[in-house]
Design a protein around this ligand. Structure first.
Ligand code: MN
Length: 726
């Protein structure tokens, strides 16, 4: 076990002005608190927090983080309290320990819903201070290193959690070394056979390739120094998990994997990186499609490096990473490499400015604050954790990083929510393109906007970023609510009128308590959604009101009113007071009866279905009988179409046709000649001579439909034609 002075020495090695007294106090406090507690391995528990602290000293973190690491299990596992920690070590360390205590209670691989919720809590716990995450990652790393002492079931759960949550988080924070070790340990526990096989292969290959690695290292160093570039070249074997993933992804066997070794070329300046690249590419042929420049466009976790693959000595494919020593430090330590904590400045501001990893964290937390349901949140976050990125630009040159598969819609929302909500088109690299194009690296995207737009709900399933999805959901929810509210108002106005009273917001306001609603808008939306009936609202405002249309014989009052006298002129029900029906465009709350539908010119009635809106039936539809006992669901509706409207409406006809070659073609010809659309045809042979044909049409209006029916009746091959209205 690490001694007290050893801990202090480790810290002092990189931070000579470390607060020795603080470290000593934390050491003694934790040692006393954990006392004789044992780990599953049988070792003293106190060894664990010390190892966690040691891992963090490798990342050269500040005193407070190291002290918090030593104390991290005291509140959860011993008699120690947060108050005591706050008093003894100050509130900053107290807050770190508190965050770690909260995380410890989370189970991140439970059922989907709980997992999402817990992941939110995890991110919230690390939101205030990213050092909580760094301690947690070190804690997890040490637990993974000592996992063999755990029972099998627990081992699997912890390994899964590590692979799903913590390893990607370490990667996101740019701490690659830790990410790789976490992945390998998890892989080893989850699939011991595959891990063993790959490790054995790797060991064999290493022995054989030792000479080759040395040769490449020497060759590269010599070639570079001949050009005046002092470079440090090291060959490195890839990790079992990354090899396994590559095998899975490319469906190749180990033998087919050519690039098991990666080489790192470290130089002093950015200029030298590109010069070194030039030397490499002129010495060996490069493998097309493998060159990536993360120096000019860094990864979102701040990683910067040039990647390329060449056919090196012995026709061996060689993967190269070329970067400066400073970049290498970031590649290894990630967020911890930012000088901040080493200089003892204890706030997040510099980190926030310098570290894109931290910015990612903040964005994720912002998203979480928008509060969609946890499952969705997890889905998005996982998506963003695992997906590669594409980098695109605004016309002004602002860089927008998006997950692979992102569309201009995602881009628009990444720029600003308002831009996304009002997007109607886009130009990619100056060319007008569909909003659903998959964006490519380097695309310049210009969003075409129209004010007063709201995004179509269908976008929600087409975008890939959480931000876009959350914003679209909110915008469409608002739009749908607005529609329900509008519908509710129309229904109420009509109901009050029938009761002989004018509708007014003020009167309704006084009755809100009786209706158990907070606002008028709530009432309107509830009526529109069919959760509250208009009659109940009228009675709440006018308690004396007796509804006249209760009871079987009068249930069709609304329908009757619409039926009117059947003449073309205005009838009471057909008056301007019904809810105007303008077809399906742009109005999600209106739909037509599934069988037969209604076309302009038909007398129509609406039936309100809770949560779905209004379904329009022609008044003669036999389906309406089903609603006879639910007068509250009947809604006055009227056609409200402008001349020259180009919408079509659904109608169904049923024909009896003579069985002879070409009869169906003749029927189709008649419909085509009349500019009718056939949506569907169903045929059923009735007898040897006759076939029943059911045709779903799309027509302009009743006149159009009747013209088609008349023409069909005139055909010799058609023995009868009827309209069907379900
Ligand atoms: Mn622990």
């Amino acid at each position: 076990m690490m001694r007290q002075y050893e801990l202090v020495e480790r810290v002092k090695r990189y931070n000579p002005s470390a607060d020795e007294a603080l470290l000593n106090r934390a050491y003694v406090y934790a040692m006393m608190a954990h006392g004789n507690q044992k780990r599953a391995s049988g070792d003293l528990f106190f060894g664990h927090p010390l190892e966690v602290a040691a891992i963090l000293t490798d990342l050269k973190l500040d005193d407070a983080t190291i002290a918090a690491a030593v104390l991290h299990d005291t509140v959860e596992d011993t008699q120690a309290t947060l108050e005591e920690i706050n008093k003894t070590f100050g509130t900053q360390i107290g807050a770190l320990v508190d965050g770690l205590t909260k995380i410890k209670r989370l189970d991140l691989v439970s059922k989907q819903a709980a997992q999402g919720e817990n992941f939110r809590k995890l991110l919230l716990a690390i939101a205030d201070d990213v050092r909580v995450l760094l301690v947690k990652l070190a804690d997890r790393l040490h637990n993974m290193r000592t996992l063999q002492f755990m029972p099998a079931e627990k081992r699997k759960r912890i390994a899964e959690e590590t692979l799903e949550i913590y390893a990607p988080l370490a990667g996101r924070m740019g701490i690659q070394e830790m990410r790789e070790e976490l992945e390998d340990l998890a892989f080893q526990n989850l699939d011991p056979e595959a891990y063993g096989a790959i490790s054995r292969h790797l060991a064999e290959v290493t022995v054989k390739a030792e000479k080759l690695v040395e040769e490449i290292e020497r060759d590269l160093t010599t070639k570079l120094s001949a050009q005046g570039i002092g470079a440090q070249v090291t060959g490195r074997q890839k990790r079992p998990y990354s090899i396994w993933r590559k095998m899975e992804r490319k469906s190749v066997s180990f033998e087919q994997l050519s690039d098991i070794f990666g080489f790192r070329v470290l130089v002093d300046t950015v200029d030298e990186c590109y010069r070194a690249l030039g030397v490499v590419h002129t010495t060996w042929p490069m493998v097309p499609g493998r060159y990536k420049d993360y120096i000019s466009t860094p990864k979102q976790n701040d990683y910067r490096s040039i990647h390329t693959t060449v056919i090196g000595p012995g026709s061996q494919r060689v993967e190269l990473q070329i970067r400066t020593k400073a970049m290498d430090e970031v590649a290894e330590y990630g967020i911890a490499a930012h000088a901040l904590y080493k200089e003892g400045i204890n706030d997040n501001s510099r980190l926030a400015n310098e570290s894109r990893a931290y910015q990612w964290l903040r964005r994720t937390i912002d998203l979480l604050a928008e509060g969609d349901n946890p499952e969705e949140f997890l889905e998005h976050t996982k998506l963003e954790l695992f997906h590669d990125q594409v980098f695109c630009f605004t016309p002004k040159g602002r860089l927008i990083a998006l997950p692979r598969g992102a569309t201009p819609i995602d881009f628009a929302y990444a720029v600003h929510t308002d831009v996304g909500n009002t997007a109607v088109g886009c130009k990619i690299n100056g060319r007008i393109s569909p909003l659903l194009t998959e964006l490519q690296n380097g695309d310049e995207v210009e969003i075409v906007r129209a004010e007063g737009q709201s995004p179509p709900a269908a976008w929600e399933s087409l975008v890939v970023t959480g931000k876009a999805r959350a914003s679209i959901r909110r915008a469409t929810r608002a739009a749908v609510r607005q529609q329900y509210t509008g519908l509710g108002r129309q229904i109420l106005e009509r109901a009050f009128e029938r009761a002989g009273h004018p509708f007014s917001d003020e009167k309704l306001k006084g009755s809100l308590p009786r209706l158990a609603r907070i606002s008028i808008e709530d009432v309107l939306a509830a009526v529109g959604r069919g959760e509250m009936f208009s009659g109940d609202v009228v009675r709440a405002v006018y308690p004396d009101y007796k509804e006249e249309r209760r009871g079987g014989t009068e249930t069709r009052v609304v329908g009757q009113a619409i039926k009117g006298d059947g003449s073309a002129g205005k009838t009471p029900g057909d008056s301007a007071r019904g809810i105007p029906i303008r077809g399906l465009n742009g109005d999600v709350l209106i739909r037509f009866a599934p069988e037969g539908g209604a076309v302009p010119g038909d007398r129509i009635v609406g039936i309100l279905t809770p949560g779905e809106g209004v379904t329009i039936y022609p008044i003669q539809s036999s389906s309406l009988a089903a609603f006879d006992n639910e007068p509250d669901r009947w809604i006055d509706v009227r056609w409200d179409l402008e001349a020259g409207d180009t919408q079509r409406f659904p109608a169904r006809i049923k024909l009896q046709s003579i069985n002879e070659p070409g009869s169906l073609a003749q029927i189709a010809q008649v419909i085509a000649d009349h500019d009718g659309n056939i949506d569907n045809v169903a045929m059923k042979r009735r007898t040897q001579d006759f076939t029943d044909v059911t045709i779903d049409l799309a027509v302009w209006d009743l006149k159009h439909l009747n013209a088609i029916i008349a023409e069909l009746r005139a055909k010799r091959v058609v023995s009868r034609v009827d309209r069907v209205t379900g």
